[in-house]
Ligand binder design. Structure first.
Ligand code: NAD
Ligand code: MG
Length: 377
């Protein structure tokens, strides 16, 4: 059996390194054809030595740059469209990932998408690229992988509702007054998942769940009023699908990104693997569910409203959030400033046009500028 070529964009990050662990167990199915990273040249060089890809790309100024590597922003699209690449795992964080998602789909590749920001910014363009180029879009996000597994090929006309689960993040039980003084260190303590810093903050504000509602809307073509969110602190039920006859299916498992990554690579097949520990319902008991505290975590509703509004609004939501999270991570703003920044950017820029990629990138840039100016930095 010939092996399928993988491009791993963002190979030095949390999802990228987890994906390489998955590939290690399935070298009879996959080989690494391309790797890219932003600046961690040392780790990228170690990966390049181990997997011998035909292409290595470094987007930013790395600490090390190996011989024969391609550098600069263009390397993401180059890696994603190479003839020896069958599957592109897009594990870049943030808006920087959108161009490669679209280019890979236009080139007819399978895209295993961790970079949800691609779909939030340019949902219609991404779906259109897949249609025109014949590419396949498969979710890596655990909630969307769960939904895909529950739907299991049934027509979408049989699906009544999607219910995404959310861990609730580190501040699930914090009072509103305590939340006002939440520190960066507090926000980086995710209770159930170890992830990159940006998505960890997004999980603490619940902006991540807003990105995921928009992601689900585009991936599965389900209207917003049929996508709900429930807090599930144990992160064992990865999401629910309710069907038109009232039956509800869920996908369960100990939190691990290895299974959703492998499923996105092998879908519709399931292949033998040991990435997730065996499930013990008694050990995982009890499983609990709670409503979202919307008043204390306004980012979720701000994002869903932006999704419903459509046009440039989701791109503005995404960009304002990214900029605000960057400012929070570098200590410039407080936790409660993140939703404030998003709301302000949306009220000024959400009506921008979004007909093509240029318009979306312009809306993204104005939202980022807006947030910078709001805090005068
Ligand atoms: P991370 O910060 O650990 O890794 C990000 C990777 O992207 C790194 O390899 C980095 O070099 C690269 N990168 C960063 N900025 C870049 C840029 N401007 N251009 C090109 N490459 C760049 O992030 P992560 O936690 O692995 O998350 C990656 C994506 O996967 C995000 O969109 C996140 O929302 C999504 N995701 C992550 C998890 C998880 O468990 N970590 C789960 C679900 C979805
Ligand atoms: Mg998720």
């Amino acid at each position: 059996m010939s092996t399928r070529g993988l491009a791993i964009l963002g190979s030095t990050g949390s999802i990228g390194t987890t994906a390489l662990r998955v590939v290690d167990r399935h070298r009879n199915r996959f080989h690494v054809a391309a790797l890219t990273a932003f600046s961690n040249g040392t780790r990228l060089a170690e990966q390049a030595a181990r997997y011998a890809p035909s292409f290595v790309g470094l987007v930013g100024d790395g600490d090390v740059c190996g011989p024969g590597w391609t550098t600069g922003e263009g390397c993401l699209i180059e890696a994603a469209t190479r003839p020896d690449v069958d599957i592109v795992l897009n594990a870049v964080v943030g808006a920087a990932g959108m161009g490669a998602t679209i280019a890979a789909l236009e080139a007819g590749k399978r895209v295993a998408l961790a970079n949800k920001e691609s779909l939030v910014m340019g949902g219609a363009l991404v779906i259109e690229a897949a249609r025109l180029g014949g590419g396949e879009l498969l979710p890596v996000d655990s909630e969307h992988s769960a939904i895909l597994q529950c739907i299991a090929g049934r027509p979408m006309s049989e699906v009544r509702r999607l219910v995404l689960t959310a861990s609730g993040g580190p501040f699930r039980e914090w009072s509103s007054s305590r939340l006002a003084s939440a520190s960066l260190a507090d926000a980086l303590q995710h209770p159930t998942w170890r992830m990159g810093r940006k998505i960890t903050i997004d999980s603490a504000t619940l902006a991540n769940k807003a990105l995921e509602v928009i992601e689900a809307h585009y991936l599965f073509g389900v209207p917003y009023d049929r996508i709900d969110v429930v807090v599930h602190p144990q992160s064992i039920v990865h999401s629910f699908v309710e069907f038109v006859d009232g039956s509800v299916l869920a996908q369960l498992g100990v939190p691990s990104m290895e299974l959703p990554i492998l499923y996105a690579l092998t879908w519709p097949d399931r292949v033998g693997d040991i990435g997730v520990p065996s499930f013990d319902p008694v050990a995982q008991s009890p499983l609990s569910f709670e409503p979202v505290r919307h008043a204390d975590f306004p980012c979720l509703q701000l994002g869903v409203q932006a999704g419903r509004r459509g046009g440039a609004a989701p791109a503005v939501f995404n960009a304002a959030n990214e900029q605000a999270v960057a400012l929070f991570l570098d200590g410039t703003i407080r936790f409660a400033d993140i939703p404030r920044a998003i709301e302000s950017a949306l009220s000024h820029h959400a009506a921008a046009p979004a007909g093509d990629r240029g318009a979306i990138l312009a809306a993204d840039a104005s939202a980022r500028r807006h947030v910078q100016e709001l805090f005068q930095c």
